[in-house]
Design a protein around this ligand. Structure first.
Ligand code: GLP
Length: 243
């Protein structure tokens, strides 16, 4: 697509179709959607909200699982992924808040939180469509370079590049960017029936070329998607400049 808005519209229309075509079955009664945060998905959420307002889609039977959440900031912090999701998406659609799952970075037992998250995904029959973005270092969710491609939901220390990248959301103050996060693993994403990746902007061009044209390797964790049976990468013109 030419622009990030067009990427957003294309993906949103695609998701609307998937939700509307979904047929409930035993052990899998709801459409299960994996969701990202960051600036890349904003045009997708905007268009999904518009589609909902136009009566083209309902999220009332959709169950969602977010990819990740920071550790070390409160759930109601303006930059928490909880805040992001409710502000930009959940509060604007008819999803049941009880059907939205976001890792709790404030949980007393972070290991149990991660373990339970995987169990919850299993209990609803797995993720139908995992929507994702990509970090400038090629990460998916917070699976930083060096993460095992077999990884599951766990605690992860953020790479320095990611901390610098995300400082823009914290008044450019490096010291206030969380150092750790809870994140689904690469294998958690790979287990989804379908994965759709949003790649927009010049700053993602190198990551996109490494992910698609490089080898499958744990220094560019999104490259694991090369081996996924049903992965779709939607990018804008700027992101393709290194291909
Ligand atoms: C964070 C998130 C990723 C996201 C990435 C890119 O690291 N954990 O899931 O893909 O940011 O964010 P943006 O879309 O703002 O470039």
């Amino acid at each position: 697509r030419d622009t990030k808005e067009q990427v957003g519209s294309y993906i949103a229309d695609y998701i609307v179709k998937r939700i509307n075509d979904f047929v409930p079955r035993e052990g899998h009664p709801n459409f299960v959607l994996g969701l990202p945060t960051g600036s890349s998905p904003l045009p997708v959420y905007k268009r999904l909200v518009e589609a909902h307002k136009a009566g083209k889609v309902s999220f009332k039977d959709v169950v969602s699982f977010n990819m990740d959440e920071y550790v070390g900031i409160a759930r109601d912090h303006p930059e928490s992924y909880h805040t992001f999701m409710f502000k930009n998406f959940f509060s604007l659609i008819d999803i049941n808040p009880k059907n939205t799952n976001i890792l709790d970075g404030e949980a007393e037992d972070l290991y149990a939180e991660c373990h339970n998250y995987e169990a919850k995904i299993k209990a609803v029959g797995g993720i139908d469509l995992f929507l994702g973005g990509i970090g400038a270092d090629g990460h998916i969710a917070f699976n930083e370079p060096g993460s095992s491609l077999q990884s599951r939901t766990r605690i992860k220390t953020l790479a320095y590049e990611t901390i610098i990248d995300n400082a823009r959301f914290f008044n450019n103050d490096l010291a206030s960017v969380p150092r750790m996060a809870l994140t689904v693993g690469v294998a958690t994403v790979m287990d989804a029936k379908e994965v759709v990746l949003i790649v927009t902007g010049q700053n993602k061009a190198l990551a996109l070329s490494q992910m698609i044209e490089g080898s499958v390797n744990h220094m560019v964790t999104a490259s694991a998607l090369q081996t996924h049976k049903w992965a779709l990468v939607v990018c804008d013109e700027d992101a393709t400049s290194e291909l």
